[in-house]
Design a protein around this ligand. Sequence first.
Ligand SMILES: Cc1cc2nc3c(=O)[nH]c(=O)nc-3n(C[C@H](O)[C@H](O)[C@H](O)COP(=O)(O)O)c2cc1C
Length: 344
Amino acid sequence: MELWDLYDIDGNRTGEVIERKPGSFKKIPDGSYHMVCDILVQHTDGTFLLTKRHPEKDVYPGYWEASAGGSAIAGESPVEAAKRELFEETGIKSDNFELVGVIHRCQNHGVFYSYLVVTDCAKDSIVLQEGETTDYKWVSKKELIEHVDSEESIKTHNGRYKALFNRYRAELASEQYQNVLLVNACVREESRTRKLAEEILKDLGGLYTEVKPQTEVSCIRNEEFITARTRDTAQGTLDREKYFSAYQFAEADVIVVAAPYWDLSFPAILKAYFEKINVLGITFRYSPEGVPIGLCKAKKLIYVTTAGGPIISDELGFGYVKALAENFYGIKDVSQVKKEFLDI
Ligand SMILES: Cc1cc2nc3c(=O)[nH]c(=O)nc-3n(C[C@H](O)[C@H](O)[C@H](O)COP(=O)(O)O)c2cc1C
């Protein structure tokens, strides 16, 4: 019997444990998640490992996958689960796990931790796992991206490695890679703000990673969270797994914030997002004089908004984000793109 721990949106164990059975994720209550880990394996010679899923797997039978992954067993941390899955499915042992993505998927109540592992293992030493994988091959970066872009790839998996695969695409095209992050605080399916942001993203090259505060972020509601974060900062134990959204923000080259104009400002969930990513030691630090100094890589932040009527004061929406960007994150080029009177 395999047991799964359940986690809240912040990655804390809820204390609930469920048994793994086909479709058991459907019994997971809203707001809880089971943990899944992906591992993309790259050899030190530059090639990537693809494994072929067993033809009797429930989902994506017979598909080629890059490279391994599966659900965490109760008690495991994300990296422990990733190490075990990698060893079980390929025979590779490694301590070289770099976290490149964390995504919450509400549809199947999963939180996905996606790792890249660079290994110098013997390339013919891959050990396939009975019932899990039936074949393997090493492919070049070009072949990996061709596979990812083909109908034969697992689209949900590609989404979890979007930033990394975008970097590989740019490298293959010998283009300068820009790590563009879209902070999408739009709620409506037909969001006009989102559409306006897409025009800007197109001008930025069209390759970007998206974070959706509505599904990925919770408000800071208790003192426990603040105490733990202060302690982690003081001890220098700001885990990538725990503070991934702050690292993701700090590492972006360009940030596009898409936020509809709500009640003279922006949706509350965007404020919650900033509260989560304002982590002392990741996105900013203080000078000895107590002045915040930005630690973010981005040179540019574009704030995109649309309003049904007039934007009464830019200060209440864009102005706040601009002040944060300039004073906390160290981003100097901050601009707004807006459309007003859309419902008048
Ligand atoms: C909760 C909420 C609050 C809103 N508040 C305002 C407002 O204060 N002033 C205004 O002109 N429009 C307001 N609107 C209308 C939106 O600004 C307008 O529909 C905007 O284009 C929404 O962007 P979207 O298409 O990306 O959802 C509000 C809409 C909602 C849903």
